[in-house]
Write a protein that binds this ligand. Structure first.
Ligand code: ADP
Ligand code: TMP
Length: 250
């Protein structure tokens, strides 16, 4: 596979064309951002950890019947994925109240929710990713009714599979964001990344009543260095993948 021109440089990744029109070459960068880029830092080792973590998560999801754009990891910081036409949506699932949900409804962070909550935001840096509902997504033709139903079904399936994965490594999956796209032949698939940048992950191993964040809230809220936390998530996922006999492990 040949790496060709850079197509896009985002806040966390660079996307390159390849000699196969259906395949993208993704490079994970060390850049960390929060508040839609308002806060920015270079954190040595973050790109490698997120590339390794999302690769393991996509493999573990696949073993649970959840397909994604992921093809394979090709180096410490790079992977190949299927090229998709992305829906301009941030698809958020919540199992526990936290972050903007806790603030919006005035509930304490950590409050258990009676059911998982699916939320959509319009993916737009210029507009600060505003909340959007089904009627507005349909009216703006961001997706049609069948596509929305499929995206919602997949988001709930991803949540169930991720809850299984993270509970096995003693981590509470509080909430997360995914992105979806369509392949050339119209199939809707999970894309982008699933990492501690895009999930809230709370450690459930012996800590005395305080939340131990293993995710980007450490950076967003100036709570500490993200690297040991991301390493912990990586090591636990690698152990789980090894225990499950998954292949792409080194
Ligand atoms: P952002 O654009 O939010 O700054 P990134 O730095 O992570 O985020 O950039 C990755 C970009 O690539 C995102 O805009 C994402 O929607 C897009 N993307 C993710 N997976 C695919 C894919 N399989 N095909 C095409 N685009 C993708
Ligand atoms: P929120 O509570 O700030 O709305 O975030 C919900 C989840 O979505 C949390 O796990 C972080 C993730 N997320 C992203 O990955 N990217 C984003 O741009 C936003 C707003 C949230």
């Amino acid at each position: 596979m040949e790496k060709l021109e850079q197509l896009y440089k985002g806040k966390a990744k660079k996307m390159y064309a390849t000699d196969d029109p259906d395949v993208l070459w993704v490079e994970y960068m060390n850049q960390a951002t929060a508040g839609n880029g308002a806060k920015k830092a270079q954190i040595e080792g973050k790109g490698e950890l997120n590339n390794r973590i999302t690769s393991l998560v996509f493999e573990l999801l696949k073993a649970r019947g959840v397909d994604s754009h992921f093809i394979k990891r090709i180096s410490a910081t790079e992977q190949l994925v299927r090229k998709m036409t992305m829906f301009p949506l941030e698809i958020i699932m919540r199992n526990t109240a936290a972050g903007s949900f806790a603030a919006r409804y005035g509930v304490k962070e950590g409050t258990e929710l009676a059911n998982p909550i699916l939320e959509f935001c319009l993916k737009s840096d210029a507009l600060n990713d505003p909340f959007i509902n089904d009627d507005a997504m349909l009216a703006l033709r961001l997706a049609d009714k069948e596509q929305l139903a499929e995206i919602s079904r997949q988001a709930r399936a991803v949540n169930a599979a991720l809850q299984d994965i993270f509970s096995k490594i003693d981590v509470q999956l509080v909430d997360f964001k995914i992105e979806e796209g369509t392949t050339g032949d119209g199939r809707i698939l999970l894309a982008d990344e699933i990492t501690p940048d895009t999930c809230r992950l709370w450690d459930t191993r012996d800590h005395s009543g305080t939340v131990e964040h293993l995710d980007k809230d450490l950076f967003r809220r100036d709570l500490g260095n993200i690297i040991p936390a991301y390493e912990e998530i990586h090591n636990r996922l690698l152990q789980l993948a090894t225990d499950e006999g998954l292949e792409t492990i080194e």
